[in-house]
Design a protein around this ligand. Structure first.
Ligand SMILES: [Mg+2]
Length: 272
């Protein structure tokens, strides 16, 4: 298959569209070009720290207008997972930023106050939280050990790409609680199928695994997940993956480009 059949793109954000608050060069142009080719796109990120409105604002600050309905975060996907796995209205303790708390409330759960180790929670839901303290990690640990709360992770990314370089990701924070509680977290985000399935649904009926591609910068999440659900995959080398990582990887993308501008140019060529 070639790029020609691809009509829908699921775009990872960190390392693909921006690094921290710095957009990749030509970001607004990229979306103009997709539009001119009649393509549609959605966003799927393992980053659970921001709310959908915060993403709309972040894009607007980079001169790109988006609809919050185009965004699938691991926080939103975790809400869907929780609805399947726990009774409506159950108490949850959130160790994560606004995005995760918001999606737990929207999914119908009772989010306990920060610091509440006495009210039993059915689950500790954890994601990346740049403001996390030893006390927060302690409360999450107490909920698991004292009350038998299940440990759920919005994602298990080991690192988080920032303007300064790689910082500890959600997976690194969650491993603190895993070590203390000797419990393994259930992980919702990429490479697990739920994010991909939810993102595909955002395009409506015409979208299939054959005409939709995941565009990401990380082999072990974006590409491994797409390959796992048999969705098409495009790796961009603008983020985590370095050229020397690729030959050694047992996960291989269908296409590799330097970044989104090269992707747009190649799509244009393929579609004539
Ligand atoms: Mg990324």
């Amino acid at each position: 298959m070639t790029l020609k059949q691809i009509k829908h793109l699921i775009l990872d954000m960190d390392g693909v569209l921006w690094h921290g608050n710095r957009p990749v060069p030509g970001l607004p142009d990229f979306f103009e070009q997709l539009k001119s080719m009649g393509m549609s796109w959605a966003f799927a990120t393992n980053n659970s720290s921001k709310t959908l409105e915060q993403y709309v604002k972040k894009f607007a600050g980079m001169d790109v207008a988006i609809d919050p309905k185009q965004v699938m975060t691991s926080a939103v996907a975790t809400g869907f997972y929780m609805q399947d796995a726990f009774p409506a209205g159950a108490n949850v303790y959130v160790l994560g930023a606004d995005g995760l708390s918001e999606s737990m409330s929207k999914a119908g759960f009772n989010v306990l106050e920060r610091g509440d180790y006495e009210t039993p929670a059915a689950a500790v839901v954890a994601g990346l939280n740049p403001g996390v303290t030893y006390e927060d990690l302690s409360i999450a640990t107490l909920q698991v050990i004292n009350h038998g709360a299940k440990l759920i992770a919005s994602n298990a990314d080991s690192t988080y790409p920032s303007e300064r370089g790689l910082l500890p990701g959600a997976g690194a924070l969650i491993s603190v609680i895993e070590t203390a509680t000797e419990q393994q977290a259930v992980v919702v985000g990429k490479p697990y199928p739920i994010m991909f399935q939810q993102a595909l649904k955002m395009f409506g009926d015409g979208a299939t695994l054959q005409n939709t591609a995941m565009v990401g910068d990380r082999l072990n999440t974006d590409i491994a997940g797409a390959v796992g659900v048999e969705m098409r995959s495009i790796l961009v080398m603008s983020g985590i993956t370095q050229p020397e990582d690729l030959p050694a990887s047992d996960v291989q993308p269908e296409f590799v480009f330097s970044g989104i501008l090269e992707l747009a140019a190649e799509l244009k060529k393929a579609k004539g």
